[in-house]
Design a protein around this ligand. Structure first.
Ligand SMILES: [Cu+2]
Length: 263
């Protein structure tokens, strides 16, 4: 009796918790952070669609299990009729998973092509270098057909077991395509900004590239997502999405600072 009451209150509590959180977008995102770029929006839709498909399959499977449990209980010690070589059933459970995989494959390939697409002449190009244990951001501009570094942000490497310093900040404009080129000179790192719903390995000897267009201004956390040594967990940075005007000012200030330093 007491067990049943406890079960009932637990169920009520669970229902309350579900309705309390169901209204927030967080539940609809199924554990993903709020996306801030066009590509991240697409990734989120793929994630949600995959979950809907998985849930639909789950409902069918649970239904079949419950149906078997309720309507095919052991009624006597007689062996039930044994069925084998049932062609329609065998074709069905070969064809249905194939269709499920084909649909998942189609949407995954379509969205991967969209997210990994590189344009010919992106307005913002940033060379990102991961190193033990921080990040460097070099902003590139074409001057007379030649690429030049117009601004640099270098993180202070964290010494083993020393207190972490300030995180280096990667500033980019909203609404503009940003090309990120990933470099490493020591070991493999991984560039990860959860709000972009994207991460990519940073490889020594190979330049990985990707592009994104951020839409929401703000400051977002980024980190290394590949175990790269003793202070891997403190290899942090921030992505700052600002208006195009603020970005232009950031670049102009860097140029002025560089010119001042050269005198
Ligand atoms: Cu790392």
């Amino acid at each position: 009796m007491r067990g049943r009451r406890a079960l009932r209150s637990a169920a009520a509590l669970g229902l309350l918790a579900m309705t309390a959180t169901a209204c927030s977008g967080e539940v609809a995102r199924l554990g993903m952070p709020e996306p801030i770029s066009d590509q991240a929006e697409r990734m989120l839709k793929l994630w949600q669609g995959s979950w809907i498909a998985a849930f639909a399959v789950g409902v069918v499977v649970w239904g079949l299990i419950i149906w078997a449990v309720l309507f095919h209980r052991k009624r006597s010690d007689d062996l039930p009729p044994q069925v084998r070589y049932n062609m329609p059933i065998e074709i069905l459970y070969t064809a249905v998973p194939f269709v499920i995989i084909a649909v998942l494959f189609y949407f995954t390939a379509r969205d991967q092509n969209y997210v990994e697409k590189l344009s010919d002449d992106p307005p913002v190009v940033v060379d990102v270098t991961g190193f033990q244990w921080s990040w460097q951001f070099d902003y590139k501009e074409k001057v007379g057909g030649k690429e030049q570094t117009v601004a640099s942000v270098v993180g202070v490497p964290v010494a083993p077991n020393a207190p972490s310093g300030a995180k280096p900040v990667m500033t980019i404009p909203s609404g503009q395509k940003v090309r990120v080129r990933l470099h490493a000179n020591d070991v493999i790192h991984s560039f990860w900004v959860p709000a972009l719903l994207y991460k990519k390995d940073v490889m020594p000897g190979y330049t990985n590239e990707f592009e994104f267009t951020a839409r929401k201004e703000g400051l977002y956390e980024g980190r290394c997502a590949e175990l790269c040594g003793v202070d891997h967990s403190r290899m942090l940075f921030q992505l700052k999405v600002v208006s195009p005007a603020e970005y232009a000012k950031f670049i102009a200030d860097s140029k002025a600072k560089a010119a001042g330093g050269a005198q």
